[in-house]
Design a protein. Sequence first.
Length: 373
Amino acid sequence: MLARVQDEEEKLILSTVNELMKKYDERYWLDKDLKREFPLDFLQEFSELGLGSVLIPKENGGAGKGLRLACEILYHVNVNGGNSYFIHGHYYNTTLLVKHAGKLIREKYFEGIVKGAKVLSLALTEPDVGSDSTRIKTLARKKDDRTYVINGHKIFISRLKYSDFMIVVARTIPYDVVERKTDGITLFLVDLRVSRDNIDMKEIKTMSNTSAFEVFLNNLEVPAENVIGEVNRGFYYLLDLLNAERFMIASEMIGNAEWFINKAVEYARNRVVFGKPIGSYQGVQFPIAKVYAELEAVKSYFNDGIEHFDKDKDSKLIGSYANISKYLATEIAWEAGIERKLRETRLYKVAPVSQNLVLSYIANHILNLPKSY
């Protein structure tokens, strides 16, 4: 298990996830990986069970739950051999909308999200920008009081072909004009059910079945009422999202690492060489035990962080928990990894923030060393 405490409603939700994963077991995910197919049938049933709307407020028809439960669901998908990559984008985008979307967006779209529409894609990354997101070149200009027109080039945009919505991060003031580089960025909610004509995309092949795309936005028109929060303040909304996203990824990597350990233990018990299970040899026991010990420590640290996230307003402390949890869980899962899930784990060594940038964060924000970039 991942968390220390769950109420009865959350236990029921997690039991539903575990039952779902019996149907969509590791053979299902391996088959999807080999065929490079999107797990649409899984996601449809996931949504029909209400699991996609757990973060939507109760007044909008959702379960009104928080980060802990989202992390638990991601963990349970992975520890059962699944790939929660196809879910976490839904969760962190929903988190962003719940926190910053205005009344018009809530009234227009939240009911659809609860009924199964998929908020899966965040269009942030650009080819010449990398991790320095303030330098994005995608530009949104006002056509009139009711419409923005967006032009730009995005890359590694996940699950876009199968998404109902895309959150586009664009500049409403060019980088070379703003006084502070973090100003002048705006978030737009694009309804892909009605607005795909001005979006060109090309799938990018990656190590695992990620369904990632290179995207060109060509005079894409978006209603002004679909601005998320305030114009020119979008970068700060993204910062609010980062800690939650890092905790989510940590929970996924903990699930992966635990799945790896379970597989290794099962094989070590059953593989017999010279009349003895190979698990009786210390050369096999010690590496597995080492990863297990490291993982249990990270789970404890992660749970402390989630408690602070729910209770505290100290962003520096929460940022420390979030970044360190993401870093360590990813390293442990990578060290323990095998085959398909090793390739799935590899993504989080570089995204959504590289391990080196996490170390830079720790050095600068926690250890108070000078900023290195």
